[in-house]
Design a protein around this ligand. Sequence first.
Ligand code: BTN
Length: 330
Amino acid sequence: MESTRKKLITLLADAKDSFISGQRLSDELSISRAAIWKHMKALEQEGYEIEAVSRKGYRIVSFPEEMSVNTIQWDLRTVWLGQKMYYRNQVDSTQSIAHQLARDGAVHGTVVVADEQVKGRGRLHRPWHSQKGKGIWMSIILRPNIEPQRAPQLTLASAVAITRMLKSVCHVDAKIKWPNDIFLHNRKLAGILTEMQAEQDLIEYVIIGMGINVNQNQTDIPDSLTEIATSLKLETGETFKRETLIQSILKELEVIYDQYIQQGFSAVKSHWEEAAYRMGETITVKTRNQKWDALLVGIQDDGALIVEDQTQNRRVLYSAEIDWKRGKEE
Ligand code: BTN
């Protein structure tokens, strides 16, 4: 259900520079003109600049610089994903907030966004640098009716959603490094952390955590990562409005998720393969206690990675870390 505030912002935003009368707003939203006025005051408190002219009505002069649930939701064109949303200025990790919300019964499609994370985490317990105002730090709660062993496929679907957003909104051709990294021009731009609470054959919930470096300058990237990490701003020279990117990812993810639930992983596989990074190249595979060279062949119908070892044996990997051999990096 759309909230009254969100509908109000949508009406005003869709009118662009034109005024909408208080009467029309009151009719469309089925609330009194006094209630409309109260909403306008609340919007001003949130940083919207609103012009009110007697006999003409209201219009939005400018949107707040600060991100909020309203600024993300006003042009969010999803049916269920992100319709329930939490925004926080600073958190330890949006993953932890999402876990708590999910345990407390949050609905499928609930989204948590933060402006800054002070204990952002990546795969393999690595820290994830999440500077204030520079990137997208977001966790999505899903309650899919699938077997727990299929949950990693949701990481691949999410990676496809991110690359599609990057293509349509930012006009860049990013690539997916199995299973969870998004690369642009051979540097890591984004990562996905999928966590799950499940019983033997029943998923209680899945949390998809997405970290996307958007507006970082070179000085924002820690020294130890300058060779491996990048941001959209560093690669394109442009600054992006994070709300627009979030709206697009959520739309893309909703579409691909619905297809996945209806048709299975085949609905994701070909899209994933189109964006796959460095297929056919030699990689180093690191599993729990082994490290070996292999050829990157592709993914299976269930999303597992297919590689060919040095004795030309095909091997299937469900969890591993892969890397490229030095000298091939650029
Ligand atoms: C990785 O590449 O290892 C995954 C990085 C995932 C980072 C995101 S940012 C939002 C969410 N909250 C976290 O603490 N981590 C994920």
